[in-house]
Design a protein around this ligand. Structure first.
Ligand SMILES: Cc1cc2nc3c(=O)[nH]c(=O)nc-3n(C[C@H](O)[C@H](O)[C@H](O)COP(=O)(O)OP(=O)(O)OC[C@H]3O[C@@H](n4cnc5c(N)ncnc54)[C@H](O)[C@@H]3O)c2cc1C
Length: 418
């Protein structure tokens, strides 16, 4: 059974893209047309670099076209940790990722239902309050527009009594992710990059200081530099170490029928988006056509039947009460690293890749794509550490088993938290 996302149902069809045939040359080849690849290619093309983008399916076919559209600044680590371990440039970068995305949307006039009403990180246990207050205080000390919401303010802002408190980050907001992908695709083409669809890269060969990138069907591009932006969707046959750098977990999402006026006035009336701070929590927002959307951790195998979404639908009812009929169900893959930090790597000369965005990649992938372009075009330093070898996870083949045990262990700890 195939599942259609609310994004696919509400976005126009993307532009038809050619399939790569024959032999080509470019300065840079970008593999993957998600946010990261498109942002890298766009910013490079705007600087006059000759760029080719190769996408296995259609732009946005990976995580970028199917996520929750929550634009959340930051890396998973808090600013004090970033200052101490990666330096203040990493903290500044983390704090500015949402600005980078919203500024780009404004500059290019991208039609993607962008809205900057903020993001709430919510907790339902006393133990969460300390953690969230500490995080908020660190951003507040750096001048970010953030503030605390007590239980009453939280109930008012979210429309549920489930939370004891949390913080709101007004740098954040939301987009229609597939429309954003389509806008970026058009802007990247307009800037001069060549984008090929249904052109899966099957080989990367390096000789005499340059790369030959081969796609299924035989087309090739010779180039000096490759940016591997296929992230979580990288096949093991293409780069084994990238496929083994993260645990691939499914994030399941559902969208309801359009809310009735009473519910629409009560649920998220200010337009904020919300994520829970629980280890295995949900994230929710109002989506297109006034539909309530909620997502969270799914099974490790692909869903086959609507009932496979039962757990997330129970969460929907627990938060907002019975009677919300689900109209759309879909899912995507999120790459989790054990320390929740991203991996930015240069495993060989002329090859850069980034993965492990830990489900927080909408703003990050666009901002990182811009940073990669600045690095390649102007030799600017990367804002986060770039290491050589891609760190792989031991016993990766067992990740589904280990991951299932891990998620259940986290669920138990969430339950036991006070
Ligand atoms: C269900 C879900 C919900 C999420 N919700 C949020 C959220 O609300 N907020 C947030 O910040 N983050 C969220 N994320 C994470 C976020 O979507 C990702 O971190 C981000 O989109 C990653 O972008 P990317 O361009 O690096 O990768 P992708 O968008 O995955 O792009 C990779 C592209 O590479 C292509 N590709 C793969 N192999 C090849 C090949 N061999 N040749 C050519 N092309 C290839 C794929 O088809 C794909 O288009 C969510 C993720 C999922 C799955």
């Amino acid at each position: 059974m195939s599942f259609q996302s609310i994004w696919n149902a509400t976005a126009p069809a993307g532009p038809a893209l050619p399939f790569l045939t024959g032999s080509h040359k470019a300065d840079v080849v970008v593999i993957g047309a998600g946010f990261q690849g498109l942002s890298t290619a766009l910013h490079l093309a705007e600087k006059g670099t000759d760029v080719v983008v190769l996408e296995a399916q259609t732009p946005g076919a990976g995580a970028s076209g199917r996520n929750g559209g929550q634009v959340i600044p930051g890396l998973k680590d808090d600013p004090d940790w970033l200052d101490r371990h990666w330096g203040p440039q990493a903290t500044a970068f983390a704090g500015s990722t949402a600005d980078t995305l919203f500024d780009l949307i404004d500059r290019l006039g991208l039609e993607c239902e962008a809205d900057r009403s903020g993001w709430i990180q919510a907790g339902n246990k006393a133990v969460h309050m300390k953690k969230l207050e500490h995080r908020m205080a660190q951003w507040q000390a750096r001048g970010a527009s953030v503030s605390w919401l007590d239980a009453a303010a939280m109930a008012q802002a979210t429309g549920t009594l489930a939370f004891k408190g949390g913080w709101i980050d007004r740098r954040a907001g939301k987009v229609h992710p597939l429309k954003l992908v389509q806008g970026l695709t058009a802007a990247t083409k307009n800037a001069g990059a060549k984008i090929f669809g249904h052109s899966a890269v099957v080989g990367l060969d390096r000789s005499a200081g340059s790369w030959t990138v081969r796609v299924a069907g035989g087309g090739t591009v010779a180039c000096d530099q490759v940016v591997l932006a296929s992230n979580m969707y990288t096949a093991s046959e293409l780069r084994k170490e990238v496929a083994r750098a993260t645990v691939s977990v499914h994030s399941f999402q559902v969208a309801t029928q359009p809310l009735d006026p009473d519910r629409l006035a009560r649920i998220l009336p200010g337009g904020v988006v919300v994520s829970e701070v629980r280890r295995v929590g949900t994230y929710f927002r109002i989506g297109p056509q006034a539909r309530l959307m909620i997502g969270g951790r799914g099974s490790f195998s692909d869903p086959r039947h609507p009932s496979d979404f039962g757990r997330i639908e129970k969460e929907l009812t627990a938060l907002f009460g019975p009677g919300l009929e689900v109209a759309y169900r879909w899912f995507g893959r999120v790459g989790i690293t054990p320390d929740h930090r991203i991996r930015l790597c240069k495993p060989e000369p002329g090859l850069i890749l980034a993965t492990g965005f830990n489900g927080r990649g909408v703003a990050l992938s666009v901002a990182l794509g811009k940073a990669i372009a600045d690095h390649l075009a102007h030799d600017l330093p990367m804002p986060v550490p770039m290491i050589n070898a891609v760190p792989t996870l031991p016993f990766h083949r067992l990740h589904a088993v280990a991951g299932t045990i891990g998620v259940n262990w986290y669920r138990l700890r969430d339950y036991l938290d006070r």
